[in-house]
Design a protein around this ligand. Structure first.
Ligand SMILES: Nc1ncnc2c1ncn2[C@@H]1O[C@H](COP(=O)(O)OP(=O)(O)OP(=O)(O)O)[C@@H](O)[C@H]1O
Length: 256
């Protein structure tokens, strides 16, 4: 379907996403934005990607999600129909993969201000071939689940930042995507609204989705299962609650 590959993981759970030796050198740039990144993301994990500005977080997210093609290295996504070599897909294949198998919650750019909340969510489903009436029916249920009853017909541009992020979270999930990518989902929100949006994202994880979230916010990272830190395009730390020996927040001191 998307160019399936055969891949076995010796022992343990099969990652939903596996990156090997990822490098990314933007045209005209002397230094790599990613420099040999290996990363396995397990199904049901919430993984925060942190690091200083320019460390490569967004580039990594975009390469993992098939928005950008890496200069070298491999990204393998395990879908319901088998493993997919994301790095080998052409532009059309990556677009299709994003539409059908992945969900995105970005700070801006994916939602259309002139469409209603309902239309913004329904369109993601319509792009996978579902008729408009059915897509709008499902979109209304998602908006209800995300606390937006009564705002379905309001233009996105007339919603608050927190409400718009709820629309984005509905849109990310309506296709049934098991893997969600978020880039600074709370970055433009006050701390209370940001915490509510994070609750919704982690609620999706509790229901079996997997989340990779780029964030500068230590409060967000502390509530994720695992924190990966980038520096100069390399993974320099990778913490998990399991490493810390329990179910507490990510390892103390990691975020300082
Ligand atoms: N389209 C591009 N063309 C050229 N260089 C780029 C491009 N996008 C990012 N870069 C460079 O790649 C490096 C990593 O950028 P990236 O945006 O991935 O970092 P980041 O950690 O997400 O930063 P921030 O926290 O500021 O968003 C930086 O040096 C940046 O200038």
């Amino acid at each position: 379907m998307w160019g399936a590959v055969s891949r076995c993981q010796p022992g343990g759970m099969t990652p939903i996403l596996a990156a090997r030796g990822l490098t990314m050198v933007y045209p005209g740039s002397a230094t790599p934005a990613l420099d040999g990144v290996d990363l396995d993301v397990l199904p049901g994990e919430s993984v925060a990607v942190m690091g200083a500005s320019g460390s490569g977080k967004t580039t990594l997210l975009h390469v993992l999600a098939g928005i950008l093609r890496p200069t070298s290295g491999a990204v393998t996504l395990t879908t319901a129909s088998g493993p997919v070599a994301v790095h080998e897909l052409d532009d059309a294949g990556r677009s299709r993969l994003r539409r059908e198998a992945l969900g995105f919650v970005f700070q801006q750019g994916l939602l259309l201000d002139e469409l209603s909340a309902l239309e913004n969510v329904a369109v993601a489903r319509m792009l996978t071939g579902v008729p408009r009436a059915q897509a709008e029916f499902e979109a209304a249920r998602w908006l209800e689940a995300l606390g937006l009853v009564g705002l379905e017909r309001r233009r996105l541009g007339a919603l608050s930042g927190g409400q718009a992020q709820r629309v984005a979270i509905a849109r990310a999930q309506i296709t049934g995507a098991r893997l969600l990518f978020a880039d600074e989902p709370t970055g433009a929100l006050d701390s209370r609204t940001g915490a509510e949006v994070l609750d919704l994202l982690l609620g999706a994880v509790a229901q079996g989705r997997t989340l990779v979230v780029v964030t500068h916010d230590g409060q967000v990272a502390a509530r994720c299962d695992r924190v990966v830190e980038l520096r100069d395009g390399r993974v320099v730390a990778d913490s998990s609650r399991a490493d810390a020996g329990g179910t507490g927040p990510a390892r103390q001191g990691f975020l300082s």
